[in-house]
Ligand binder design. Sequence first.
Ligand SMILES: [Zn+2]
Length: 339
Amino acid sequence: MLKQLSEIEQEINSFSITVEDELESFRLKYLSRNGLLPKLFEELKNVSKEEKPLVGKKLNEVKRLAEGIYNSRKAFLEESLSVKEDADYTLPGRTFSIGTSHIITQTLREMVKIFREIGFKVTQGPELEEEFYNFDALNTPEYHPARDMQDTFYVQNKYDKEKKYVLRTHTSPVQIRTMMANKPPLRIVSPGKVFRNETVTYKNYFMFHQIEGLYVDKHVSMRDLKSVLGYFFRKFYGADTRTRFIPSFFPFTEPSGQVDVSCFICGGKGCKTCKETGWLEIGGCGMVDPYVFKAVGIDPEEYSGYAFGIGVERIAMMKHGITDIRMLYQNDVRFLEQF
Ligand SMILES: [Zn+2]
């Protein structure tokens, strides 16, 4: 009987089932009540006591094989038949979706392009930054509230315990790196990621992007700063865009200002986006503080300069009417493919 089972096993394995009729003859031959396998189960009682365990085991194996083949072929045939029945051949074929640049990347490129056209060079700095560049050299001493643990991600470097590291909280350390490595005149923009230890909400995220700008030369004045930002926003938002400066404070600029632009949605009349004020807050700026020049070895009596930082997410969100910053980083293709 073992020999017979091996033969049946081979037969089953090579049985061709490509149409429903063949599936049915397979079932009738091996699995139905009068099929081969149930019959062999009946004959099991005639097998000698010694052989019974082995034959029984083999018989069960062959039965499972036959059932497995039957079920998988049945499922396959049903599926292919149902596809044929349901298919509507008049429908257009499926299209491939082609990836595009992320909305933030697009906005960054658009911004950098405008600055490059007026002579700014693009530089980049590390995202994991030494505390010195992120704070000390930017006239932000240890007791300054911006260094509070709640705002900053501190990072331990177990190989270099002397230096303290942070995930940079702004793109301004690139100013320091640029001024330490180069002699004025300097004219750079530096786009990149920055990190803050903040609770994630619809308007706050622990990571976002900034564009830093720095211009250092002889006789650079506040007027140069105002004219370059005015030019940038007219190019970016349209020729009617107006810019205004409001006094503010940053440790590394003196005087410091907040930059507002006239609302590009309502043209300054007042709407939901600008909270009825007609103005949108876009970034910070100011004249490079003499203490910063001293920290990098530039003589503040000889040179002056301006610096600015613009928040990229804010600009992209307002431009496209996005109301929740988290949507930018959830990577939901249905959202991203709209831009
Ligand atoms: Zn408005």
